[in-house]
Write a protein that binds this ligand. Sequence first.
Ligand code: G16
Length: 549
Amino acid sequence: MNTDTLNVSTVESKPFDDQRPGTSGLRKSVKEFQQPHYLENFIQSIFDCLATCVGKTLVLGGDGRYYNRQAIQIILRMAAANGFQRVMVGCGGILSTPATSCVIRKYQADCGIILSASHNPGGPKGDFGVKFNIENGGPAPEKVTEAIFKRSKEITQYKILQSADLDIDKIGTQPLGNLTVEVIDSVADHQQLLESVFDFDQIQALLTSGKFRMCFDALHAVTGPYAHAIYENRLGAPSGTVRSGIPLEDFGGGHPDPNLVYAHELVEIMFAKNAPDFGAASDGDGDRNMILGNNFFVTPSDSLAIMTANHRLIPRYKDGIHGVARSMPTSKAADRVAEKLKVSCFETPTGWKFFGNLLDARLASLCGEESFGTGADHIREKDGSWSVLYWLNILAARKESVEQIVREHWLTFGRNYYSRHDYEEVESERAHAVVDGLRAQLSGLKGRKFGQDEIEFGDDFSYTDPVDSSISDKQGVRINFTDGSRIVLRLSGTGTHGATIRLYLERFEPDRLRQNRQTQEALADLIDIADELGQIRKLTGRDKPTVIT
Ligand code: G16
């Protein structure tokens, strides 16, 4: 069919001035996305930033939240009108973020669009989001997202095919104008890739031994179908191992964020008498994870360090890893492991997009972030299912409990007490006043003493990418102490209401006799220093954080 004969409309539109992607795509309330032309403008801005759409393949899916299905139909029609050759769309519109990355790489697609606001709540009053991934399967780097933002401020029209909705619930191929729409199984490709990374036989033996119990909470978000297929159907865990496994448009009214606060039902199960041996949860779009043992919580920073230390137990890494990378606010626990293994450890700004170059250049194999994200070089996104399987593989190989493995790690490498304090929905001016106040003090911090603690240096983190030399500055205030402890403060790039201040606290404890304290107690002095320097309570008008993880 010639494009001229298609029923393509060119719709006049006016630019919106707030379409700058944040840490992970464009995130706004559903209401904002539902404004006439809002979604369409942003999608056309993405398409306009590609050299051409003609003949290209796009992967499309989302986490199943409210507005997912409508947005998919709009994007399919726009892809057809803009000349794409093929769109691979997850069945029912479901495709987790890691599965999208996997499909882009496996089928050498040109790019991907993931509809998700990740861990933010969903439903008509919740949030929606659009993430754009490039051909390596990873999130678009800053130069691309900035180009999209620039285009969104100039755009005056978009193209859309006039046609009926497509059936996206049936696997198979159907035409839409000149476009071929291929509805694919949401799980199969990702599962196949994960089978090539881990020892599924060993994990299966553990899960079917009758001596090991696991509980996985999908929080009614996207990982339900993946968890049912992989843990129960393929690996033989008893039915009922997966909780809240049906994706719902509003996540059942919950907050699909796998942390101690929002995954509280799982936490109650794992901290009860006779708790299961292993507990895990994932977020809205399946890239985050939380790992728990029987009455035991593993911090994401420790999780990365322990994965790094145990990599030879995983078939894909049995011959070694290239290196490890962590985001700046993530604790330095992984650095100590990397030093011992004599591999590089990279410190990047917050945002998975910064790991892409390191993975592509084979400088790093494993990556992790304090925000409950770990992943590796099998794809270019963090991966909740991969993280759960990595832990299961370690547990199956070592035949020890989660707690034993973590405590043994601390004895060997020292313990990095770690916590994040979030002040959510703070008025933007107040939040910036905290950051600006700290920035103004940075040059005079070296050598200042607070009791036993002496500041080694304070700076505003700037990152020079070792592969393409691009510079990202103002990535967060770091205050390092001479004993390796740290205070870090930055503003979140994923919130949709006001500003969220994130305060990260880390104290290194090499003394084996002092590794069993309560985290907040071990960090109490640093919490006080942070407030003294940042005047957080006074400037925000809050007497305590909204969430402590
Ligand atoms: C995103 C990014 C992560 C980042 C996290 C928190 O995760 O992919 O790299 O660590 O947001 O970012 P912020 O501290 O700016 O809110 P997700 O799971 O939301 O895509």
